[in-house]
Design a binder for this molecule. Structure first.
Ligand SMILES: [Zn+2]
Length: 234
């Protein structure tokens, strides 16, 4: 069995036999920060079960502004909806933090899901959790302050990465959070003052996670429930 840092929580929920079957159908894939997996509107040809790092779905507007709509780490798989029906991606999928995944052709995954109902079930449960998280995000973006959302976002990254330091420039952070650079800077300075993080050019280090949790809105807990705590299939 691969080390805990290189495991996918969905595949971990499968029986040994199901896991063996899917592992045999996947290839190992390494991605860098900024790697573009697919553009918005592309047909889903492959999906990735993430083992380490983070893949972000980034929506782009006509005026060029961008915002991350959700992230996928070792708790999930990209484009889970494509398991049941042919779909196109709604957002650009990009490596937000370098890592590894297990890549599988979507036709192959569909065939495996037809033979192995528990595999279909774990992907469907993940998709349902993600839908819940997106609904909460809609409310969060409308109702919660940018510093609360920034704290939530840092916690969500921290959950998916090894270590306490994130390598992100202010520009990149602003483009992910749909905020102005100055807004990100103010939020980061506030968290630094509260002792939750240290922040210097392109580097955020989480030094007091409990303080960061206090600074985040309730949506962080909601997201944890929906996407990281998937029940076992019955
Ligand atoms: Zn919120």
């Amino acid at each position: 069995m691969p080390p805990a840092t290189l495991r996918n929580h969905l595949l971990d929920r499968l029986s040994a036999d199901d896991r063996k079957a899917i592992l045999a159908a996947t290839t190992s894939f390494e991605f860098e920060l900024g790697h573009v997996f697919s553009e918005a509107g592309d047909a889903v040809g492959h999906v990735h079960f993430v083992l380490s790092g983070i893949i972000s779905a980034v929506a782009g507007m006509q005026d060029g502004r961008t915002v991350e709509t959700f992230m996928v780490g070792r708790e999930g798989v990209t484009a889970p909806g494509a398991v049941n029906v042919p779909v196109r991606t709604y957002s650009r999928l990009v490596g937000q933090s370098a890592g590894q995944s297990l890549r599988i052709e979507i036709a192959r995954l569909r065939a495996l899901c037809d033979e192995r109902p528990d595999l279909r079930m774990v992907v469907a449960l993940y998709a349902a959790g993600l839908q819940g998280e997106l609904e909460q995000s809609g409310a969060c973006n409308a109702l919660h302050r940018s510093d609360q959302r920034f704290s939530k976002w840092l916690l969500r990254c921290h959950d998916r990465l090894d270590g306490d330091t994130l390598h992100l420039t202010q520009e990149y952070l602003a483009s992910l959070l749909g905020s102005q650079r100055t807004t990100v800077n103010e939020a980061a300075q506030g968290l630094q003052k509260a002792g939750a993080i240290t922040y210097s050019r392109g580097r955020v280090t989480i030094v007091d996670r409990a303080a960061l949790e206090r600074a985040a809105c309730e949506c962080y807990r909601h997201g944890q429930r929906s996407s990281l705590d998937i029940p076992q299939p019955q």
